[in-house]
Write a protein that binds this ligand. Sequence first.
Ligand code: SF4
Length: 302
Amino acid sequence: MTVCDKCRREAAAFIRYSGVHLCKDHFCEFVEKRVRHELRDQLDLKGGEKIAVAVSGGKDSTVALHLVAEILGKRRNLEICAITVDEGISNYRESSIPIVEQNCRTLGLEHIIVSFRDLYGTTMDEIAAKNRKLSTCSYCGVLRRAAMNRAAKDWNATYLATGLNLDDTAQSILMNFARGDVERLARLGPHEKIQPGLAPRIQPLRRIPESETTLYAMIKGLRFHDLECPYALEALRNSYRKVIIELEDRYPGTRHSIVRSYDLMLPALRGMFPQARLQTCACGEPSLSQKCKACELIESLK
Ligand code: SF4
């Protein structure tokens, strides 16, 4: 991490887990360096790759899109696009899509939009109003992942980049660990092996704390959507978010330690749960069983 006189005089950021003050330029350089490192680590570029970025319009996916375009966009023989899933959440999604469109225009990238209405014949608002067994976010998460995979495959994407940051990653690890879902823990991205029908996920921001993606977006003047989803309060993830924030506050560096420990355990976890052979659901999506989770959920609502 480079530090200059300006960092001491006009610090824009205090990196608590390192005890360092950084000026705007060195803060951005610090973020970009780690993202470059992750992209080098997670991608195997031979030429001709197509990288789709999942962009909701929020700060994390906006920063991911901006950095993937900035770092990889000048390469010849590589294509980048943004994919947005419109879940059909009123007073929320309709205001984020124009922001993504505008950002894609500025970056000169194709923007693909897929909707729950077109794919599943329903919307999250309609699902939320039904008598259902699971939380709204449980339906949304499964349907959105399937929709994103379908759009990435239709575009022939070699990789699908998401905006998951360090906080999200630490939360997912803790959440699956606490639920005893060790198999799912072994399958968290980034994906190293290519599975037929599944665009491998990469996570360029997995080492960048949420507060740093926000600051980066603000310093760079990136336009992002900052409304909260009306169903967000139902998310189980919120409890883990609170725990991680509290731990990080008391013991700076906790999020990094959780992810580092997970990475150390990952080869053993993947040894315990080798990649299963995927089947193809009638909808065309890859699935662990005959019917994919998205089709199961849609049918359960009928
Ligand atoms: Fe979907 Fe829940 Fe996220 Fe809203 S908060 S977009 S319902 S997963």
